[in-house]
Structure formats: structure tokens, C-alpha cells
Design a protein around this ligand. Structure first.
Ligand SMILES: [Ca+2]
Ligand SMILES: [Ca+2]
Ligand SMILES: [Ca+2]
Ligand SMILES: [Ca+2]
Length: 368
């Protein structure tokens, strides 16, 4: 019977590629990537709370030194930065493995008690049995390219092996080789985030899922209801599980990265301007001539209606002229930007001049 406590390792399933940038200067706390780890499977405050790595890093979890406690690390580009304690501080291990777009996986793939790194690329696993750079020790295909990788000791023999999640289904292999699934069952829903661990400390890793803030954990590798359900962390946290204190039971945690600032709403005016672009060959909308003309024609009142009811808006369009240059409705019901745009269009008509469209005011302003 294996007494080695650790088991799973489902790396953070951060969607998307990893920024290959270099490192994270220590900044204000809320701008840092934070680990909030719980040493019991239930809701409650974090038992461990520290910052490590950069915001764009992908979190990984493993017993990288074989002491029975799982700790955090990050993958950045093609590089692993591993910490051997669940505290902030410098990386204890730092090496390259795989390619930047690979998905990291961590496990004790040879059953020696130390978890090491690997990657999934397409439908393929590349496994390294030491936490150092170098060629893959194992390289095989399992599942399909779109599957999500999971790693665990699903049969309790002391060696962690691969599996995948596809939709609401787990396909598990009990050896680190290509071949058919040894276990195949449904659990949770397709959009859930998969987790694998020894959630009851009996030496066998089993599956679970996280849905929004709620973990649904199963104590056997078979379909059926969750054996343990509780809420931890925020819905936008990245899901982690690990044996953070070497107790022999896998518990939950989250990786919390600052959310990007929302894109500012475009200002309505900017939108108006793009909707009513300047017409080449005429004064642009911000040319003072338009204000001067409007001041003369309508006392700069863009909703104006002339006393005889024939001319409308800041530039005193006749409705027929307005329609000639594509306007609809009455000019004084249109925005200032549209009125200027249509005045610009008017000036591009071969028959139109400042002098015949705005005779009195254009003379006063020296436009004709
Ligand atoms: Ca360790
Ligand atoms: Ca190992
Ligand atoms: Ca096994
Ligand atoms: Ca178990």
C-alpha cells in the first residue's frame, strides 16, 4: 500500500495562451496573481494566501520535491517556475520544457513519489520524469486535441496516469501509454472545470468539477451524484486542487488574477462624428465657419425653425434641399453633426455655392 499522500495535479486550466513576457515586478497587492488555498474541503476563509508569479502565468500544482506536500508553480511561455513551499518568494526551480502554446500537466508519472512536469499538445502527452529541462521521457497520444487533460492515480497503484475530459465525460487511462480508455464515465456538465484529487484521503484519486463557485467532488471514478459539494472562491477565479499541507487529502484552492479593466464605452460624440464624417473639399465640422454661419442664420440654435416656417435647423436648410443631400425628416430634428455633414455635402453639389445657399450670411462672413 502506498502511503505517499499526494496525488493529483490538475494544473490550472487557464484558457488561452500564455504571455511569454518576463516577470512580474512586485507591485501593489491587488495587481498581483494570488493563491488562496484551503486545507479542508469546505467553504471558509483561505488557510494560505500569498502572491507568486505574474498575472499572465498559468498556475500549476505538484509535489515537485517529493516531500509529501504539494506546492504551486507557474508556467510562463515554455518555462516552469516552481516553488517548493506555499509562500511567496523566488522560484526554487526554473527550467524550460515543451512549447509556449502547450498545456501544462503535472504528475508522478513513474511512481517514485515526486511529481514532475509534462505538457499536452494536441492529442499528445509529452512527459518528463524530472523537474529539469531536457527531452520527454514519455511521449504518446491519448484522447482528442480538444479534450482537457487530467492527471491522477485513478487506480491507487502509486503511479499517476493521464486522462481527458470531453464534454461531461471523463476518459481515463491507467498507464502512461497510448491505447483505449480504461475508465469512461460521465460526471458534471460540459462547461464545468474538471479537477482530480484524493479528496477523501484513501489513496485513490477521483474526479470532480467546479461550476461557477461550487466544487462537486466524487469519491469514486464512476458516474453518480457528487459525494461532496461546497462553494469556495469567486466564479472568475482559476480552479486549483492540491494537498497543500501534506495531510494526505487533496483540498481546494484558487488562483486569483486581477481582472482586466473593462474597455471604456465609446463616447456618444465620437460615434456621432464617425457616423457623420467630414466631406472632403469642404471645411471640416470643427472649422469655426460652421458656428459663425449658424450664429448668423439661427443664432446658433440647431433646432431653429424660421418665422415663415420654410427654413430649419442651425444652418436654415429648406426641407427640399435637405432631402436633396440625403436627409430625412426635418433638418432641425437631426443632430448638429448631421446638419453640418449635409451642409458639407450641399457644398459639393455643382450648383451649390456659399453665395446662393446662404446669401446674406455668407456675404456678412466674407464667404462669398
Ligand atoms: Ca513538496
Ligand atoms: Ca515521479
Ligand atoms: Ca495509477
Ligand atoms: Ca480518494
Amino acid at each position: 500500500m502506498f502511503t505517499r499522500p499526494t496525488r493529483i495535479l490538475l494544473p490550472a486550466l487557464a484558457a488561452g495562451a500564455l504571455a511569454a513576457g518576463i516577470a512580474a515586478p512586485a507591485a501593489a497587492d491587488e495587481h498581483d496573481a494570488r493563491f488562496l488555498l484551503r486545507t479542508a474541503n469546505g467553504g471558509g476563509p483561505a488557510d494560505l494566501n500569498f502572491t507568486y508569479g505574474a498575472v499572465d502565468d498559468t498556475a500549476v500544482v505538484g509535489d515537485f520535491n517529493g516531500d509529501g506536500t504539494q506546492t504551486v508553480g507557474v508556467r510562463r511561455g515554455d518555462r516552469y517556475f516552481i516553488r517548493n513551499s506555499n509562500t511567496g518568494g523566488p522560484a526554487d526551480l526554473d527550467f524550460h520544457f515543451g512549447r509556449p502554446d502547450d498545456t501544462p500537466v503535472i504528475g508522478d508519472f513513474n511512481g517514485d513519489g515526486t511529481q514532475t512536469v509534462g505538457v499536452r499538445r494536441g492529442d499528445r502527452y509529452f512527459i518528463r520524469n524530472s523537474n529539469t529541462g531536457g527531452p520527454a521521457d514519455l511521449d504518446f497520444h491519448f484522447g482528442r486535441p480538444d479534450d482537457t487533460p487530467v492527471i491522477g492515480d485513478f487506480n491507487g497503484d502509486g503511479t499517476q496516469t493521464v486522462g481527458v475530459r470531453r464534454g461531461d465525460r471523463y476518459f481515463i487511462r491507467n498507464s502512461n501509454t497510448g491505447g483505449p480508455a480504461d475508465l469512461d464515465f460521465h460526471f458534471g456538465r460540459p462547461d464545468d472545470t474538471p479537477v482530480v484529487g484524493d479528496f477523501n484521503g484513501d489513496g485513490v484519486d477521483t474526479v470532480g468539477v467546479r461550476r461557477d463557485r461550487t466544487f462537486h467532488l466524487r469519491f469514486t471514478n464512476a458516474g453518480g451524484p457528487a459525494d461532496l459539494t461546497f462553494t469556495y472562491g469567486r466564479a472568475d477565479d482559476i480552479t486549483l486542487v492540491g494537498d497543500w499541507n501534506g495531510s494526505g487529502t487533496t483540498t481546494v484552492g484558487v488562483h486569483r488574477v486581477p481582472q482586466p479593466e473593462p474597455e471604456p464605452e465609446p463616447e456618444p460624440q465620437a460615434r456621432t462624428e464617425s457616423q457623420w464624417p467630414d466631406v472632403p473639399g469642404t471645411p471640416p465640422a470643427d472649422d469655426p465657419v460652421w458656428v459663425a454661419l449658424a450664429r448668423c442664420e439661427s443664432n446658433n440654435n440647431w433646432q431653429a425653425v424660421s418665422a415663415n416656417g420654410m427654413y430649419y435647423g442651425g444652418l436654415q436648410f429648406h426641407p427640399t434641399t435637405w432631402r436633396t443631400v440625403g436627409g430625412s425628416g426635418l433638418p432641425n430634428q437631426a443632430s448638429r453633426a448631421e446638419q453640418i455633414h449635409r451642409a458639407q455635402l450641399l457644398l459639393t453639389q455643382p450648383w451649390a455655392t456659399w453665395g446662393n445657399q446662404w446669401p446674406a450670411c455668407s456675404r456678412r462672413l466674407g464667404l462669398s
